[in-house]
Design a protein around this ligand. Structure first.
Ligand code: 1SD
Ligand code: ZN
Length: 254
């Protein structure tokens, strides 16, 4: 079931096979006109995001993205009263060139790529269990722009020539996940949405950081050489933005 969808029309046809994709709280969205929420608990507490060690991450081509997985429940985040969420994996969405690639937009602006850090609510023991619940996941979205310098925190991207085909993976020595994040983690947007790929379950508390990170042009090029689940070049693996409908986007500022 994992292979019977692709990004050929940016998700428009998913609704015929995957009912949830036609829901009213779908992701991604264009983040604009957020409402300041004095009550939004701004503190994201990171635990073990700074941990380095000798255990192995895996970096894998799953036919839809490149995914970095940590070996166990280790890194986690607490989102105020929303609870604690264990880091599960991070992955990327990117364009065939720099004019597109991000899933979320920011005031209509598109970025060349976007990183998602997927976390599972610690009150559930498996992804499958979390998938049955509206508070199942917390996903962090980080916009990626193109910059002059190499971003050395993303050196693991240089293994993409070994990840051309779906199902291939490499080991990556454990590194501190917080090195991948924007330096300013205090400005972010929060809304309730969905997985951006089938089966589009509406189980995600989204946190999209305001500050983008930078990768060099050659680092972005490392994404664009891998192939998808139909053995075609995997580019433009983003879903088109969805209607906000009856939802608010909140932010908090000091
Ligand atoms: O697109 C990803 C999908 O590949 C899978 O990772 C899923 C569940 O982990 O999450 C979606 S997304 O909503 O994080 N883009
Ligand atoms: Zn994603």
């Amino acid at each position: 079931n994992y292979s019977n969808w692709d990004y050929s029309d940016q998700g428009a046809n998913w609704v015929t096979k995957f009912k949830l994709c036609a829901g009213t709280k779908q992701s991604p969205i264009d983040i604009k006109a957020p409402t300041c929420d004095e009550g939004l608990n701004n503190s994201i507490t990171f635990t073990n995001y700074d941990k380095t060690g000798s255990s192995k991450f895996t970096f894998e081509n799953n036919g839809h993205s490149l995914v970095l997985k940590a070996p166990g429940p280790d890194a986690k985040v607490t989102l105020g009263s929303l609870g604690t969420f264990n880091f599960h994996q991070l992955h990327f969405h990117w364009g065939k060139d720099d004019t597109k690639g991000s899933e979320h937009l920011h005031d209509g602006k598109v970025f060349p790529a976007e990183m998602h850090l997927v976390h599972i609510n610690s009150k559930y023991s498996t992804f499958q269990e979390a998938q049955q619940n509206a508070d199942g996941l917390a996903v962090f979205g980080v916009f990626i722009k193109v910059g002059q310098a190499e971003n050395t925190a993303f050196n693991f991207l240089s293994s993409s020539p070994s990840l051309i085909y779906e199902g291939t993976k490499v080991n990556v020595t454990q590194f501190a996940i917080n090195t991948l994040l924007p330096t300013d983690q205090t400005i972010f947007y929060r809304y309730k949405g969905s997985l951006t790929s089938p089966t589009c379950d509406e189980i995600v508390t989204w946190t999209v950081f305001d500050q983008p990170i930078s990768l060099s042009a050659s680092q972005l090029a490392q994404f664009r050489i891998v192939k998808d689940n139909h053995n075609k070049t995997l580019v433009d693996n983003f879903r088109v933005v969805q209607n906000l409908n009856n939802r608010t986007i909140t932010y908090w500022s000091e």
